[in-house]
Design a binder for this molecule. Structure first.
Ligand code: FPP
Length: 250
């Protein structure tokens, strides 16, 4: 509870229900230290833990992390292999931390493109955390926002072909039920580290009304204090959803 100068309890600042993060800057962080890019990815694991713990502590409902895009498959094979190994190792090593923080883990993206040993670990970790309810964590791997929308479009087109749905009756809710984040509130805060100001094919449908927050900080340096600053920026935004400021304030 916050206290105001009058001594009366002040309302807590609004928190996002769902935070989505593009964890960018691992490669530049490593190059800046004269190290291999893989060192940056390994060091990126610390801030992953930090934001999971901070989100759980704040009572944030959902956190979605962009770990590997559909386009990242075109990176050098050694970097891709290193990342896949890192995801495998992280799933083994971080399971106790996920359990302690009540995290329900899910991976989104084209998981069929992943090697079998990673898929097996994903399945095991998903099952092991399925009953947790404090924080819903989505890790996007082999994920692309356009691919996600295309898959949802194919799903409704197939229903139309089977005569189960008339195209004129398709609602936004019905369409969104076919997206990777179905069943979750849309992210209301989008954070991107690493200085670039773009969405890079992440959650294109779901970010429609997200508040965007960009920081120069490279992902391996992103700290609990940096996360708090992003939350403060969110609390200072007036969310209008197409209304006027006066309408929202009344
Ligand atoms: C983007 O930085 C980062 C990635 C493609 C990988 C993200 C992976 C992690 C943070 C490792 C741990 C994650 C989990 C969920 C276990 P970049 O390589 O594009 O950086 P650059 O723009 O400086 O080159």
């Amino acid at each position: 509870m916050h206290s105001s100068p009058s001594g009366l309890a002040a309302a807590a600042p609004p928190l996002p229900c769902h935070v989505a993060i593009v964890m960018d800057g691992n490669g530049r962080w490593a190059s800046g230290q004269g190290r291999e890019r893989s060192a940056g990815h390994h060091s990126g694991l610390g801030p992953v833990r930090t934001v999971i713990e901070a989100a759980a502590r704040h009572g944030i409902e959902a956190l979605t992390l962009f770990a590997f895009s559909s386009e990242n498959w075109s990176r050098p094979a050694s970097e891709v292999a290193g990342l896949m190994n890192l995801f495998c190792d992280a799933l083994d090593a971080e399971l106790p931390m996920l359990q302690t923080n009540g995290v329900r883990l899910r991976f989104i993206g084209e998981l069929s493109a992943l090697e079998a040993r990673l898929r097996a670990r994903i399945d095991a970790a998903t099952a092991a955390t399925a009953a947790n309810s404090r924080l819903r964590l989505q890790v996007a791997v082999s994920y692309g926002g356009r691919q996600d929308i295309l898959a949802a479009a194919r799903r409704v087109a197939a229903r139309c072909e089977r005569g189960e749905l008339r195209s004129s009756e398709l609602s936004a809710e019905e369409f969104a039920a076919g997206l990777a984040l179905a069943g979750l509130p849309d992210p209301d805060l989008f954070i991107r580290t690493g200085g670039e100001q773009r969405i890079s094919n992440f959650l294109l449908w779901n970010l429609a009304y997200a508040e965007l927050y960009f920081t120069e900080t490279l992902w391996p340096d992103f700290s609990a204090a940096d996360f708090e600053i992003a939350l403060q920026h969110f609390a200072g935004r007036q969310r209008r959803f197409g209304l006027t400021g006066t309408q929202v304030a009344s």
